[in-house]
Write a protein that binds this ligand. Structure first.
Ligand code: GUN
Ligand code: ZN
Length: 430
């Protein structure tokens, strides 16, 4: 039996702090997490767990914070190398930067290198699970899942399907999208810690035939998530209206082809109509907030407070490489700033919940990852709350735990991630 006892401050959630405020958080200033065979077996005070597990190998992290690993609910690993590309809005950005880069992923060696680079950057930023788009190439799916498997990570991903409005080299067909997605799903879904996500890129790059084929595939495999984009920019919404004139709205396009459901993951979801909001809530779909991307590409201000108050399931994500940072700390900071621009100050407990428990729930993995609780998989991070001189001098003035945490949320990056544990094992930096 492999065991470990981690000592430090601990933070987790028994409930949603958007519903119950910071009381939903569980903070222990001298806490401990006991791991057995890759799973959390006990959480409590250091005193108590040192008594019950006196012989377990100890990792004393002092005053650092032990938290569930971050969960990035929407990213494009193939865009790793073109992050921070200048000066375009969504459609131009896709055509100028994204599609040429994604065209290279038919080469297995190129895809392997990108997948490994991306996952290693994520781990060093404290992200232990990512839900990623791949490219149209099955090779890109192989590369992501193989790299995740080597690292023992829980990863979700799928072949990004497109059969129009993309360069010739990046187009599949309705039939090949169905066949290749099904082949990858059969090969990888449920293997080790991997989940296959059926992945139409977004309505403008699929014909009705392709959307219908992927809707049929989802109906055959309802336990798989389905990920796509929804209402990110106004120009995009107008384009969807031209391409699908009979649809009531953007969401209706997906629904009419069987692509709306509880396991649906809808990236961005900024400019929603009242009908779309009501329908997404009714089917219990997940909305994925991508704040650094939404400001970087100039998309708009996600209505976190309004959507949470209505009861929506919401996850948080980097949206690499439309997003401008691999860090979920930086992503929380951007979520805070965007909410401020809409008149709401998100509490640090709400931000941390979004990046851990909230994203786990949005991905349908709330009973598997994202909290410190017995039976949950031991993907953990150790966060130094004084990782730079600027953060340290602010944190030292804090009057309570939340004030001590907030400077790391607003100013922290990979330097704050002192250790990352995956599946009960320390990664190299731990
Ligand atoms: N919409 C369709 N494809 C993409 C993408 O790759 N990134 C972002 N941000 N939006 C998209
Ligand atoms: Zn995206």
């Amino acid at each position: 039996m492999t065991t470990a006892l981690l000592l430090g401050q601990t933070l987790t959630f028994s409930d949603d702090p958007f519903l119950n405020g910071p009381e939903a958080a569980r903070h222990e200033s001298k806490g401990a997490v006991y791991i057995e065979n890759g799973k959390i077996a006990a959480v409590g005070t250091a005193d108590a767990l040192l008594k019950t597990h006196p012989t377990a190998p100890r990792h004393d992290y002092g005053n650092a914070l032990i938290s569930p690993g971050f969960i990035d609910a929407h990213a494009h690993y193939p865009q790793t190398a073109m992050i921070a590309s200048w000066g375009k809005r969504l459609i131009d950005w896709l055509n100028t930067y994204t599609f040429p880069e994604e065209s290279r992923f038919g080469d297995p060696a190129f895809a392997k290198n990108a997948a490994e680079t991306c996952l290693d950057l994520m781990l060093s930023n404290g992200t232990t699970t990512v839900c990623s788009f791949c490219t149209i190439h099955p090779e890109s799916v192989e590369a992501l899942f193989a790299a995740a498997q080597t690292r023992g990570m829980r990863v979700l991903g799928g072949k990004t399907c497109m059969d129009r409005n993309a360069p010739e080299t990046l187009r599949d067909t309705a039939q090949s999208a169905y066949d290749e997605s099904k082949a990858m799903l059969t090969r990888w879904h449920g293997v080790d810690r991997l989940t296959y996500a059926i992945t139409p890129r977004f309505a403008p790059t699929s014909t009705p035939e392709q959307l219908a084929a992927l809707g049929a595939l989802w109906a055959e495999h309802p336990d798989c998530p389905m990920q796509t984009h929804l209402s990110e920019q106004r120009e995009e919404i107008a384009w969807v209206h031209d391409l699908f004139p009979n649809a009531r709205d953007y969401l209706d396009v997906y629904e009419s082809f069987g692509l709306l459901g509880e396991k649906g993951l809808y990236g961005h979801a900024i400019h929603l109509t009242d009908r779309e909001r009501a329908r997404l809530l009714e089917v219990k779909a997940s909305l994925i907030h991508c704040p650094t991307s939404n400001s970087f590409i100039g998309s708009g201000l996600f209505d976190m407070a309004g959507l949470k108050a209505e009861g929506h399931k919401i996850g948080l994500a980097t949206d690499i490489g439309g997003g401008s940072s691999f860090s979920m700390l930086r992503t929380m900071a951007a979520a805070y700033e965007i909410a401020q621009l809409r008149g709401t100050a998100l509490h640090p407990a709400q931000l941390w919940w979004l990046a851990t428990t909230g994203s786990a729930h949005a991905l349908g993995l709330g009973n598997t990852i994202g909290t410190l609780k017995p039976g949950i998989e031991a993907d953990l991070i150790v966060v130094n709350l004084a990782s730079t001189p600027a953060i340290a001098q602010r944190a030292i003035r804090a009057n309570d735990f939340w004030e001590a945490l907030f400077p790391t949320i607003m100013m922290g990056d990979d330097r704050a991630i002192q250790a990352t544990w995956v599946n009960g094992q320390p990664t190299q930096r731990a």
